[in-house]
Structure formats: C-alpha cells, structure tokens
Design a protein around this ligand. Structure first.
Ligand code: PMV
Length: 327
C-alpha cells in the first residue's frame, strides 16, 4: 500500500490567457490531496472523502465503464471517477500491467472545481501512488506529463499544463505552452484565499473566452494584455514588493472580469480583501465561482473576508515548495 500527496495551487497571474500560449504563474499551496493505492486482484474500487463531498465509494470490476452505484452528486462523482480511472490507466501503462486491480482512497483538503487545482492534485498523487504500488518510481516531470495527458483526456482537450506541472513540482512555476519550469528564489508569499462555496464550469468558461476572443479584436488584446501582466509580474516575483505585485493582481482581475469569467461573489470577495488592506486580489482559476487569492501580510483581508456575505471560508495558504511526495 502506498500513499502519495500533491498540492493544490493558486494562479498568481495568467489563467485563461495561458490557453492561448501566453505565460502563466501558478503557485503551489499547502492544501493537499492524498491518495492511497493498494493492489487488489482485479477491477477498481474508489473511495473519496473530501471537503465538498460527504464521501462516496464506487466499486466495479472488469471494464472501466461499468455503472457504479452513485450516492453523491452525480456529475461530481462522474468527473472524479473519470480522473481516477485515467490516472490508474497511466500507472498500469508505465508498469506494463494492464490488468492490475486497485483499491484507491482519496482524501483532499482542496475544494472541488473552485480554482485551487483539486483535480490536478488528485491525478498527480494517484499516478505516483499507483505506479509506486506496482514497483515503478516516476520523476515529478514524468508524473506532470502523464497527469496532463489525463486532464487533457477527461476535459476534452480544454487543459493547459499549468495545474498538473505546478502540483507535481511544487513552488512557483512558469508555464508557456509546453515550456514549463520552476521559478527559483521565490520566498513565501502572504496568500489569503476566499471561497464562496461554489464552483465554475471550466469548459464553459474557457469556451466563452474563446468566443469573445474570436469575435472582438479588443478581447484578443485583453488576453494579450494578461500576458503582459505576467511578464511584468515575473520581474517583481522574488522581491517582497507586494504593493507592485498586488497592483498587477488587481489589473489581472479587472481583465478577467472584462472577459466575463468573474461573478458577483468573486467580485465581492476581491473588494472585501482590498478594503481589508490586501495589496491586491484576483479570482484564481477558471472563475464563475470558487476562490479568490489576495496578498496580505496582515490579518485585515482575512477578517474582512470572514464578514463578507457569500464568502463561505477564508484562510491563509503558505506557498508549498514540495510537489508530489510519498507520505
Ligand atoms: O479552475 P482551474 O484550477 O481548473 O484552472 C483553469 C485555468 C484555465 O486557464 C482557465 C484553464 C487551463 O487549463 O489552464
């Protein structure tokens, strides 16, 4: 039996624009998904326990497309099972054991579909745990690449390498198309996260931005301007000039809102964090609902968020320099 874990992430800059080849800077945070893999005679038995689901168990043998008995919200369960099926398929492929059976237990601190990279963390940890259980140790880079293949397959091609690379490697990373690298010398960043309890539909939100970008030159320019913010942000990263970084976060949020991916609750949390004294705040991830990230060294933003209607949870999240690891 092997347990591995992998971190979630926030986007400091660049979500959505990264889909069109602009750079993005996601940062791993100390909120993890843990996956335990145990080899069994045949089939796949999955138990999931996380913040957003009460916990469910899915069991089936033989073909992966068996019809499990579903107790929790069906679409969330189907999505979760899809990621785990594909992650297990990757482990079976690397070990050349196509018929290996698995019992998989998932525990996650990361809210589902809320812009904190929950699915990437589960996939990365699952590939590591299941392949180690079959006696194969992959490098974090190999795991990142295989996890990207999983997200690409499950999300019908609507995936960048950002989430999976960040979760596998840890720390702050830079992703531009297929060029993924870790950014050295980034100290801790004073992240504060606000969560509205909801989730956005990533595929729908990405499609909406694509349509705007095709329809209007100024929407395409907006996507390009997000890339400019990322390039500017890279020069501040590694310093403790949070005021400049915060200004760029604010600008990035404004452009994401212009592209139609913010929401009333995300905007309310962004403004609460700013008025509470954050250096800057923006939505993180696909948007539509879910989480915002603010930079604040004081307790002001955290307190303000806790009093904001529509904000279900607010917490600090340290930058996690560890990527995937065996527990
Ligand atoms: O909400 P998340 O964590 O799945 O992030 C989506 C980020 C996008 O840039 C909108 C899409 C992607 O795959 O990069």
């Amino acid at each position: 039996m092997v347990t591995s874990s992998a971190p979630g992430k926030v986007y400091l800059f660049g979500e959505h624009a990264v889909v069109y080849g602009e750079p993005a800077v996601p940062c791993a945070i100390e909120k993890r998904a843990r996956v335990t893999a145990r080899e069994i005679d045949e089939g796949l038995r999955v138990h999931v326990d996380d913040l957003t689901l009460d916990g469910y168990t899915v069991e089936y043998t033989g073909e992966d497309d068996g019809h499990p008995d579903l107790e929790a919200d069906e679409s969330l369960v189907r999505a979760g099972v899809g990621y785990i099926n594909e992650a297990v398929a990757q482990a079976r492929a690397v070990a050349d054991r196509p018929d290996a059976g698995f019992e998989i237990v998932v525990e996650s601190d990361i809210p589902l579909g809320a812009g904190l990279g929950s699915s990437a963390a589960v996939v990365v940890a699952a590939i590591d745990a299941a392949s180690r259980e079959l006696g194969v140790e992959l490098t974090p880079e190999e795991i990142a690449d295989r996890a990207y293949q999983v997200e690409y397959a499950v999300q019908d091609g609507q995936a960048s390498r950002a989430d999976t690379f960040c979760s596998a490697m840890g720390g702050a990373v830079r992703v531009e198309g297929d060029d993924c690298r870790r950014i050295g010398g980034v100290g801790n960043l004073p992240f504060v996260i606000g969560y509205d309890g909801g989730a956005g539909d990533t595929g729908e939100l990405v499609a909406g931005v694509r349509q705007l970008r095709e329809e209007y030159d100024f929407a395409a320019d907006t996507v390009g301007a997000i890339g400019d913010i990322v390039r500017e942000g890279e020069s501040v990263l590694g310093t403790d000039d949070y005021d400049s970084m915060g200004e760029l976060l604010n600008f990035n949020h404004g452009l994401l809102a212009a592209l139609g991916v913010s929401s009333r609750s995300l905007d309310a949390m962004v403004w609460a964090a700013r008025e509470g004294g954050a250096a800057g705040a923006k939505l993180t991830g696909a948007g539509g609902g879910g989480c915002i990230v603010a930079l604040d060294e004081t307790d002001g933003a955290l307190t303000a968020l806790r009093y904001t209607p529509g904000c279900e949870d607010a917490f600090r999240a340290e930058l996690d320099t560890d990527g995937v690891r065996r527990e």
